[in-house]
Design a protein around this ligand. Sequence first.
Ligand code: S3P
Length: 167
Amino acid sequence: MHENIFLIGFMGAGKSTVARTLHNEYRMRLIEMDEQIEAQEGRSVSRIFVEDGEAYFRALETKLLLDLANENNTVVSCGGGVPMRGENIAAMRACGRIIYLSAAPETIYGRVKNSHTRPLLEGNMNVEYIEALMKKRLPKYLEAADLTIETDGKSALQICREILADM
Ligand code: S3P
């Protein structure tokens, strides 16, 4: 049995909610990558993008994943861009099971439309953009995933049960 769970998927796919449910209901340790990076840097993801650029943020993500190699019984809610780097996929695979949470672009849009915490969606807040970026990323999400779960219309608890049934 794998000891850690990495939740991957597009922004707004429900990774954070499912991770929190695994933490609360199944006593797994919780790591929210964006939050951890913000705490380390003392500034928001948006500010990191503005002040140091996306490449700097991506390097922080990779460093954090490599630092997780010795974790046990931990669920990691990954930033939506994490599986775009092969080295990130390798780091996750080395110490856990990778679960891709998929959701329809319309569902994603409904969840993220009023938020301003995601720099990639600023000025691009529409279903068409979300669908296009999702299409571009899909091969990497599928390449990384040990298991894909369609989340539309499902509760967080239901999704957790599907994840654990497959461990
Ligand atoms: C990103 C997703 C965000 C955050 C950053 C970049 C992406 O995390 O890491 O804004 O490239 O998809 P969430 O998926 O938790 O929103």
